[in-house]
Design a protein around this ligand. Structure first.
Ligand code: S3P
Length: 460
C-alpha cells in the first residue's frame, strides 16, 4: 500500500511514535506546480451527508488524512457502506436520514474536533446510543459548545468533567427542532445543529453573529435539502426544513486553502520562488489569509477561476516578495481561523508590526494555538507578544534567527508552520513531532522538498 496514511488506517489506526523533523533554507527558490490535498471541512461533510442520503454518493479528491479517515470509520460503524475505490475516490452507500444503526463499539475520532462535533449532531437526533472518544488533544477540547444546544432536541449527554470526551450520547427518540444563537463563531457548532435538524420535524434555525464557513449549507442544498440563509451585515440566520429526503450526490472536493497556506507562505518567504497551486478552494468565508497577505504586499494571482461542486476554485500563483506588517481585524478571524500560526511566521519575516486581533478561539484548537504560536516564534528569536486575545509580532524585515526546537502539542498546523519558519530562517528549525501533519496534509514534507528541487531542506 503506497499511501502511508491509508496503510495506517488499514492497521487499525494505531498511532505511530513521535517523528521529529527539521527544516533549513533550501539552496534555491521553491518552484513548480503542485496540488494540495482535498479540503478537510468538505471531506468530512461529504462522507457524513453521503451516509445520510439515500443512494450512492461518489466523492473525488477526498482528503485521505487521518482526521477524515476517522469520519469514514465512524460512518461505517453507524451502518453506511464507505469504500475507497482509488486514490481520493470514495463511494458511500447511505442509509437515509433516521436510518443509522447503533455502533457496536466506541467511536474514536482521533485528533479531529470537526469529526467529533459534527457527529455529535448527527447522533443526537437518531434513536441510538453511542460513545465517542479521541486522542489526548481532542479529549482536552470543549464539547459543551455542542452538547448544550443539542440537548434542546431531547438528546442526553454524559461526559467527563468540563464537558470533555469521552462522551456518551443517548440520541432523542423523536427529536425536536432547535433554534439557537451560537455564542462563539464556530462552523462546527452551527453544522452540528443543522445536522441534528435533518432528523427533526419542522424548522431548525441557527443564528450566528459572525459568518463562519458555509460548507454545510452548500452541501445540504447540493444533497437536496431546503436551506435558507438571511444575511444581516456580518450576521446570518440559517433555516433548515427538517426531514428532507437527502438524495445521493457526487462531490468534487477542492484543494484545501488552509493547506495551500503553507506552500504559499513558504514561496513568499524563500527568495527566488514561484509556485502555482492548482485547484484551491476560494470560498470567501475561507480566504481571509489571502486578503491579509495581499495587504502585506503579496501578489497572489488567481488563474482559471471556476466553480466545482458548488464551491469557487482557482489556481493560485505566488512569487517571493518582501512583506510589511499590518493590522488584522477581529471580524476577519472566522475566515482564516486555522491560518494564524503560518501568518505569524510570515509576520516574523515582514518589516514592521503585525497585530492579529480577536484570537480567543485559537486557545481551543488542537492545542492552545495562541500561546503555542507565540512559543514557536520565541524559540526562533522572533519578537512576539500576547495582549489579551491579540497576537503582536514585530517583524525582522527579513529572515528571523531560527535555530529553535518547536514543541508541537499534537497540532498539525503548528508543525507545518514551524517547518515553513525553518525554510525561511537563518538557522534550521526543528519540531519535536511531525506525525500529526498526516491528519490534514499527508505528503507535506515530500511536496515542499519537491518544490525545492529535492535538495531535501525538510528531513529527519
Ligand atoms: C471547521 C471549523 C473551524 C476550523 C476547523 C474546521 C469545520 O473550527 O478551525 O479546522 O470544518 O467546520 P470551529 O468551528 O471550532 O471554529
Amino acid at each position: 500500500m503506497s499511501n502511508p496514511v491509508i496503510a495506517w488506517y488499514a492497521r487499525g489506526m494505531h498511532s505511530s511514535a513521535p517523528r521529529p523533523l527539521s527544516a533549513g533554507r533550501p539552496s534555491r527558490g521553491l518552484t513548480g506546480t503542485i496540488q494540495v490535498p482535498g479540503d478537510k471541512s468538505i471531506s468530512h461533510r461529504a462522507l457524513m451527508f453521503g451516509a445520510l442520503a439515500v443512494g450512492e454518493t461518489r466523492i473525488c479528491g477526498l482528503l485521505e488524512g487521518e482526521d477524515v479517515l476517522r469520519t469514514a470509520a465512524a460512518m461505517r460503524a453507524l451502518g453506511a457502506e464507505v469504500t475507497q475505490e482509488g486514490p481520493g475516490a470514495w463511494r458511500v452507500a447511505g442509509r437515509g436520514i433516521g436510518g443509522l444503526v447503533e455502533p457496536e463499539d466506541v467511536l474514536d475520532m482521533g485528533n479531529s474536533g470537526t469529526a467529533a462535533r459534527l457527529l455529535a449532531g448527527i447522533v443526537a437526533s437518531h434513536d441510538l446510543f453511542a460513545v465517542m472518544t479521541g486522542d489526548a488533544s481532542l479529549r482536552r477540547r470543549p464539547m459543551r459548545r455542542v452538547t448544550e444546544p443539542l440537548a434542546l432536541c431531547g438528546a442526553r449527554f454524559s461526559s467527563r468533567g468540563g464537558g470533555r470526551l469521552p462522551l456518551a450520547i443517548e440520541g432523542a427518540r423523536e427529536a425536536l427542532p432547535i433554534e439557537y444563537s451560537v455564542p462563539v463563531p464556530s462552523a462546527q457548532v452551527k453544522s452540528a445543529i443543522l445536522l441534528c435538524g435533518l432528523n427533526a420535524p419542522g424548522l431548525t434555525v441557527v443564528h450566528e453573529r459572525e459568518a463562519t464557513r458555509d460548507h454545510s449549507e452548500n452541501m445540504l442544498r447540493h444533497f437536496g435539502a431546503e436551506v435558507h440563509v438571511a444575511v444581516d451585515g456580518h450576521a446570518r440566520t440559517i433555516t433548515l426544513r427538517g426531514q428532507p429526503e437527502l438524495r445521493a450526490a457526487d462531490v468534487v472536493v477542492p484543494g484545501d486553502p488552509s493547506s495551500a497556506a503553507f506552500p504559499i507562505v513558504a514561496a513568499l518567504l524563500v527568495p527566488g520562488s514561484e509556485v502555482c497551486i492548482e485547484g484551491v478552494g476560494l470560498n470567501p468565508l475561507r480566504t481571509g489569509l489571502f486578503t491579509t497577505l495581499r495587504e502585506m504586499g503579496a501578489v497572489l494571482e488567481v488563474r482559471n477561476p471556476r466553480t466545482e461542486g458548488g464551491e469557487p476554485v482557482g489556481d493560485l500563483v505566488v512569487r517571493s516578495t518582501g512583506l510589511r506588517g499590518v493590522e488584522v481585524p477581529p471580524e476577519r478571524a472566522p475566515s482564516m481561523i486555522d491560518e494564524y500560526p503560518v501568518l505569524a511566521v510570515a509576520a516574523a519575516c515582514a518589516s514592521g508590526v503585525t497585530r492579529m486581533r480577536g484570537l480567543k478561539e485559537l486557545r481551543v484548537k488542537e492545542s492552545d494555538r495562541l500561546s503555542a504560536t507565540a512559543a514557536l516564534l520565541e524559540a526562533n528569536g522572533a519578537r512576539v507578544e500576547i495582549d489579551g486575545d491579540d497576537l503582536i509580532v514585530t517583524g525582522n524585515g527579513g529572515p528571523p534567527p531560527g535555530g529553535g526546537l518547536v514543541v508541537t502539542h499534537m497540532d498539525h498546523r503548528l508543525a507545518m508552520s514551524a517547518l515553513v519558519m525553518g525554510l525561511a530562517a537563518a538557522k534550521p528549525v526543528r519540531v519535536d513531532d511531525a506525525a500529526f501533519i498526516d491528519t490534514s496534509f499527508p505528503g507535506f514534507s515530500a511536496l515542499l522538498n519537491r518544490l525545492a528541487g529535492n535538495g531535501l531542506p525538510i528531513s529527519a
